[in-house]
Design a binder for this molecule. Structure first.
Ligand SMILES: [Zn+2]
Length: 286
């Protein structure tokens, strides 16, 4: 018996060793499998991102917003008419027209607009690019959208454009522009509306102010550009001729290299579009 005792205990130790070995092999295998799973999930995620990007052709990316936060129909948009004006055109028109209905003061029908210091793009090109994207986005949301021009080669004065918005009985008339300055450090976006004493369109002062506030807030939140707030003035024929709620959006300074390159960039333009859409939503909902 005394001889069998050590034999029994060495058998016991052997069994324990074998069991621990099996347990550790199984545990090791399990951990390895778990790691593999995590790696697969991570690489799928990256893959999805990659294929998502490459699925969009260059042309698509230029025309439609890459990120649409409001791509579905929205109940409040139904029946609302938005008129979008892409500021300027290929050729300026230096003929004169009254600065507002019944005004004796005159101003040129359509100024040339500005050119980007770094991108070399013309203001009329970027305003049309953004206008077309905005049209697509707002139609997706359920608005009725009218655009004042689809081509750069056109001849429409500021009065002509406002009259398109008036005729359409627009709920909001949004004019797209970019700013320029001799001071190349100036940056930021701004909206413009009439004053409460505007001799031509004061009846829409409150709505135009609200629209201007909502749009600039939406654009700044989305693009994270500098906020130059809104400016009230009665000096602009493009505002004075409007009989509907109106705002002019200066998307940024094309005289500032960094901002100019942003404004010319399709992805940044998408942000402007989403910002305007968010601003409109706030305008109509509140
Ligand atoms: Zn302009």
């Amino acid at each position: 018996m005394s001889n069998q005792e050590p034999e029994k205990s060495s058998k016991g130790v052997l069994i324990v060793c074998i069991i621990s070995l099996i347990v550790s092999i199984i545990a090791g295998y399990y951990v390895q499998e778990q790691r593999k799973n995590v790696q697969t999930v991570q690489s799928d995620h990256c893959q999805k991102k990659k294929t998502g990007d490459t699925k969009r052709t260059k042309k698509e990316a230029e025309i439609t917003p890459a990120v649409s936060v409001k791509s579905t129909q929205m109940p409040f948009a139904k029946g609302k008419v938005i008129v979008i004006d892409a500021g300027h055109q290929e050729n300026e028109n230096r003929q004169l027209e009254p600065i507002g209905p019944g005004a004796t003061e005159q101003t040129i029908k359509m100024a040339a607009g500005i050119s980007g210091v770094a991108s070399g793009k013309k203001e009329y090109e970027v305003t049309l690019a953004v206008a077309k994207k905005l049209k697509v986005q707002l139609r997706k949301q359920g608005y009725t959208v009218v655009i004042t021009r689809n081509e750069n080669e056109t001849n429409l004065s500021n009065r002509d454009r406002a009259q398109i918005a008036n005729k359409a009985k627009a709920d909001a008339y949004i004019q797209l522009h970019a700013a320029g300055s001799d001071n190349s450090t100036l940056q930021g976006a701004m909206t413009i509306c009439p004053t409460e004493n505007n001799p031509y369109c004061a009846q829409n002062y409150l709505k135009s102010k609200k629209l201007s506030k909502c749009i600039i807030q939406g654009v700044v939140e989305e693009t994270e550009c500098q906020n130059r707030h809104y400016w009230e003035t009665d000096t602009l024929s493009e505002i004075n001729w409007s009989r509907v709620p109106v705002t002019v959006l200066e998307m940024g300074y094309m005289s500032n290299a960094e901002e100019d390159l942003n404004i010319a960039d399709a992805r940044y333009q998408n942000k402007i579009v989403i910002g305007i859409a968010n601003g409109l939503e706030k305008y109509f909902k509140n």
